[in-house]
Design a protein around this ligand. Sequence first.
Ligand code: P6P
Length: 337
Amino acid sequence: MNKVTTLNQFIIEQQAHVPQATGGFSGLLHHVGIAAKKVNREVNKAGLVDILGRAGVENIQGEDQQKLDVYANETFIGELKASGECCAVASEENQDIIVFDEGLSRDGKYIFCMDPLDGSSNIDVNVSIGTIFSVYRRKSPLGEVAKLDDFLQKGCKQVAAGYVIYGSSTMLVYTAGNGVNGFTLDPSIGEFCLSHPDIKTPEDGTIYSINEGNYEKFPVGVKKYIKYCQETDKKTDRPYTSRYIGSLVADFHRNLLKGGIFIYPETKTHPNGKLRLLYECNPIAFIAEQAGGVASDGERRILELMPESIHQRIPFYVGSKNMMRKITEFLKFFNNI
Ligand code: P6P
């Protein structure tokens, strides 16, 4: 029988390779896994709860029915606090940072950025959604209360980044700077099990992912790239396929495994695009690079961008190396004419 490596076993094994490791990061990641399992449980019965919930304001546990993204937010915050390794959280759901200023957590070495349930508008149509997270070491001294400045760090300073995709199966994919590994939740044992070791994204791909409903508002270089993808190539007939789910984690995860490019560019109405630097673009970019891909804002490497605020939006281009090279050529040539 093949050896099953659980997420916790993997984290401990990885820790053994880091001489100065104290187990703090392992403890934090263990609690992230617990939160993901709790959210998975609720997401998987969203339709059921919704139907039963309509019978009144209570869900099947007799609790006040919560919106799933509020539930996910509170669940991850609760587990991060319980870990004692995290001193503060920046969440898509909260305007300001959440500071743990008491007990063990006050001395936590790490800060955590997250979109607790990205794409949650897709829940009621049963489309895959996800949690996206990013871990940094705090800048402020241990013992002091964490500050906003702890979160204003370039993406290249990330200690770890990952996502959970709640789809046909539930997977946790993460990097700690030493490659990308994917773990699939086995409901029969309630454990995330290593299913996708050392993920490498193909250097090239045939999938382009972008919301073409915004075509008229795109920069010229993006419009020209879309037309380039749609041209019939004599050699390979129809080289490209458009695939867009509208859930970042689902679109990115497919392209990571199969090769492809995801684009959420600036538009006339949204000059900074839609996606957030801290808890969407930076973690996805870290994973993409660790898997051999590329991520930029169209000009600059995502991981080199200095955040100015925790909910800052930026244009986002991420995917296979050769496809990113091609679109960068289009942007350079057509956007500057
Ligand atoms: P649009 C979901 O709301 C999200 O934040 C990402 O998951 C997704 O990639 C994007 O927005 C979709 O945005 O404008 O195409 O619906």
